[in-house]
Design a protein around this ligand. Structure first.
Ligand code: TRP
Ligand code: SF4
Length: 542
């Protein structure tokens, strides 16, 4: 990542949190402090993967895309020319605006990087959660799709669909729904007894949307570019993707189950004991010796097949800890050999599938009631085998989906960008002159007087106009974004001229985009989607 590129967060000191962190897909799209999302929800900083992305998009370079979940998997597939996909969805509740353009661009970029690309119209959600009529939905859907195509989505290569018309998505949603329950929806979304059932159905449909690219062809890394308000959906889907799996693959050292931390303790003990055992020409390390080792160090190990710690003694008065659990487990296993292995745990497999898996495990193996241990396979090989057997026996074999999150744009009038305040945002359908005027009228990060501005410099980090440059107007031109930023903060740039330049660029962008939208009419004709639905009913919340 280019260190000089000015970033959307300006790299400034972390501000005090201004509001509680909450991610609500149907609430107001604003985030007080993006850094809180990392700790609170386990979203990871995009910087951590940025270097693995072959040729990052400008939204990545400028820190507009600030967070991710497991994007490494997608970056890796991209770098190795392996299959991957990108999918996002749009609720057709109004006109597409410059915030949606970020997501359109992200899908299109992934398509150009070689990914399978999907854009969907979330009509079930718009109808059930927002009470949009089917006619309104048809009209808005059309407008979203024209912009998506105008910006360069290749509909011949990629796929566009509406939730209500995609039978496979509906079927998948039904299946995933059998692994989720109401309490969970309550906890994740704050649903309660008043929430309409179709709204819930639209949620499970979204989890199916997110996994749909893996259904089309084969399981593959899939990125969902969205705003952080959609993270609850991503988290739920990542969970469900795992819950429907037939097998879980883990690593182990003995027949008992141990969680990740306990496993780590045992792994370290194993490494140390192995060396010692070699010196003593002992082939088989026993679990009981490892317990002695963890508890009291190398000298405590008896190396005697008849001398083990008493398994009924709970590890000496210690607090619960991974070490204590490791010791107790190892004591109980006494003479059992301590040997690294990969384990296939049976989660949801049919008897047939479990039998087939056992059959397919190469090399030495041990079969237990709910799991099978393989001694001559790597974890990677085991994961592939588990997936293969699952798919061969009527399962999905999903990978957990990845996601990337972009910052929300500040409204042109300061505060939130909101479709209910027309002056705060720019619709992709705005008359180019109106677009020009809105930018000219925008709030800035400028000082009260020109004199002060020259002296102190402007506050580009606080400026919605600078955001317009960074998120949209500068496009791929990092030089332009950098120049605006540094001229601003150095006091060489005054807001009047800066806004004039931005306003003109906005006008040009809108003119150009709307011309392309007209050309896209023809492309849309060829897309297999019904934008004239004959559905009836008035839907949910109005
Ligand atoms: N809930 C999303 C929104 O409010 C729309 C959506 C539906 C979506 N399915 C999706 C987004 C799948 C990403 C992936 O805009
Ligand atoms: Fe914003 Fe431009 Fe003014 Fe700087 S000069 S505060 S970027 S409008």
């Amino acid at each position: 990542m280019d260190e000089d590129t000015p970033r959307a967060d300006g790299g400034t000191e972390r501000a005090e949190p201004t509001e509680d962190v909450a991610l609500d897909p149907w609430g107001s799209a604003s985030v007080g402090d993006y850094a809180d999302l990392f700790e609170e929800f386990g979203i990871e900083a995009f910087d951590d993967v940025a270097d693995d992305v072959p040729d990052p998009h400008y939204l990545m370079r400028r820190g507009v895309i600030f967070g991710h979940r497991e994007y490494d998997a997608v970056a890796e597939a991209m770098a190795n020319d392996e299959p991957f996909a990108a999918l996002s969805g749009f609720m057709p509740t109004g006109d597409p605006h410059i915030g949606h353009k970020l997501v359109f661009d992200e899908i299109i970029w992934h398509q150009r990087q070689g990914g399978d690309a999907f854009g969907l119209i979330a009509d079930l959600e718009a109808h059930s959660a927002r009470g949009m009529s089917w006619d309104e939905i048809d009209e808005h859907a059309r407008n979203y799709l024209l912009s998506l195509l105008a910006l360069g989505f290749d509909a011949e290569e990629g796929e566009i669909y509406r939730q209500s018309d995609n039978r496979e998505v509906q079927d998948l949603g039904f299946e995933l729904g059998s692994k989720a329950n109401f309490s969970e929806f309550e906890a994740i979304y704050g649903f309660d007894g008043e929430t309409n059932i179709s709204h819930m159905q639209s949620v499970i449909t979204q989890t199916a949307d997110i996994l749909y690219p893996q259904l089309v062809d084969e399981p593959k890394p899939t990125v969902i570019p969205v705003g952080p308000d959609q993270d609850p959906h991503v988290r739920l889907t990542r969970d469900l993707a795992t819950r429907v799996r037939y097998f879980k693959v883990t690593e182990a050292f003995a027949s008992f189950e141990a969680d990740e931390e306990v496993h780590q303790v045992i792994a370290e003990a194993y490494d140390d004991l192995k060396e010692e055992a070699q010196k003593r020409e002992i082939d088989t390390i026993r679990c009981g010796w490892a317990a002695q080792y963890i508890e009291d160090g190398t000298d405590a190990v008896t190396w005697d097949i008849n001398e083990f710690p008493d398994k009924n003694v709970v590890s000496a008065g210690t607090e619960p800890s991974p070490e204590r659990d490791a010791i107790n487990n190892l004591r109980n296993a006494v003479k059992e050999p301590l040997r690294p292995r990969v384990r296939f745990l049976n989660r949801n497999a049919t008897d047939e599938a479990f039998e087939a898996l056992i059959e397919a495990v190469d090399g030495e193996k041990r079969v237990f009631e709910g799991h099978v241990d393989a001694f001559e396979m790597t974890r990677g090989e085991a994961e592939s085998l588990a997936r293969e057997v699952e798919i061969g026996h009527g399962g999905f074999g999903f990978r957990q989906p990845s996601s990337i999150y972009h910052r929300f744009m500040t409204g042109l009038t300061g505060g939130k960008m909101s479709s209910s305040i027309p002056a705060s945002h720019i619709s992709l359908l705005d008359d180019p002159e109106d677009g020009y005027d809105k930018v000219r009228a925008a709030t800035t990060g400028g000082r009260d007087t020109a004199e002060k501005q020259r002296e102190l410099g402007g506050e580009a980090d606080e400026c919605p106009v600078y955001e317009l440059y960074a998120y949209l107007l500068a496009g791929d031109d990092d030089e332009l974004a950098k120049t605006v930023y540094s001229e601003c903060v150095n006091g060489e740039r005054l807001c009047g001229g800066c806004k004039e330049q931005a306003a003109e660029l906005m006008r040009e962008f809108l003119e150009d985009h709307q011309e392309k939208r007209e050309e896209a009419e023809e492309l849309l004709e060829d897309v297999d989607i019904d934008l004239d639905s004959d559905r009836r009913g008035t839907g949910g919340e109005h």
